[in-house]
Design a protein around this ligand. Sequence first.
Ligand SMILES: Nc1ncnc2c1ncn2[C@@H]1O[C@H](COP(=O)(O)OP(=O)(O)OP(=O)(O)O)[C@@H](O)[C@H]1O
Ligand SMILES: [Mg+2]
Length: 263
Amino acid sequence: MTDASLPAVRLQAVRLDRGRRAILSGLDLLVPGGSITAVLGPSGSGKSTLLSALTGELVPTSGCVELFGTPVPRNARALLTMRKSLGVLLQGNGLLTDLTVAENVALPLRTHTRLPEPVLQALVRMKLHAVGLLAAADAWPRELSGGMARRVALARALALDPPLMLYDEPLTGLDPIASGVITALIQRLNRSLGLTSIIVSHHVRETLPICDQVVVIANGRIVFAGVPAALESTSDPLLRQFLDGQPDGPIAFDAQVRTRDAA
Ligand SMILES: Nc1ncnc2c1ncn2[C@@H]1O[C@H](COP(=O)(O)OP(=O)(O)OP(=O)(O)O)[C@@H](O)[C@H]1O
Ligand SMILES: [Mg+2]
C-alpha cells in the first residue's frame, strides 16, 4: 500500500527538453492521492512528454519529479521496480495480435511475477471482469471493436495493481458511446480500487466531468491548474481559445515560438 497522505505526483521547477529544444519548463504540479487529474492541451504541446517524465523515460533537464514522495530513479534497476507501481495506457493500445485477450492481460503478470498458474488465471479473470470483458477472454485482438480493445489494454495496465494510472489519449478513435464507457470505467476504477489517475487528452468535454483537477499546458508551460468549474468559467483569452477550439489566438502553434518562450 502507498501512503495516502503523500501526493501521488509532485513536480518542482521541472524543465523537459527533447534534444536541445525546451518542450516544457517551470512545471510545478501536485497530484493528490486518490484524485483524477486531466492534463489538457493542444496537439504537440507536450502532454505525452510530461507523462514520459513520470515514467522515467525522459530525465528532466532540471527540477525534480517525485512519485509518492520518492524521486523518479535514474538507475535502470530501480526504474524497473518503480514502473511496477505505474499502470500506463499508451496512445494506441499496444495489444499483441498473436495472443488472446486473456494472454495479453496475463503478460505483465508473467513478466514481473512468479505466481502459480491458477492464481495468475484468477487474477486475469478479475481484471477482465473489472472492465466488463470476461466473456471475451478467449477472443483475439482482431475480433474486438476499438472500444473493447481499449478496455483490454486497460485491464492489462491494471494487471499488477498499480496505485497510479497514466492514460495517454484514452478516447482517441472512439465514438461518443465508447468514449462514455471508457470515461465511466476510468472513474469507477479510480474510486473502487483507490487509484490515482492522470488522463492526458485533448477531448476537453468528455474528460472534464470526471476529473477533480485540470492542468492545461500550452506554449511550453502550465497555463492553468485548478478545478474543472474554474476552467469552464475562465475569461482568459488563451484558455478560451483552447476550450472553444479557435485556430487563431494566443496559443502559438509554431514550434520556434514555443522554443523561444520556454527557454
Ligand atoms: N522523442 C522525441 N524526440 C524529439 N522530439 C520529440 C520527441 N517526442 C516529442 N517530441 C516533440 O515534443 C513536442 C511535444 O510532443 P508531445 O508528443 O509531448 O505532444 P502532445 O501534447 O502529446 O501531442 P499530441 O496531442 O499530438 O499527442 C513536439 O514538438 C514533438 O515534436
Ligand atoms: Mg501525445
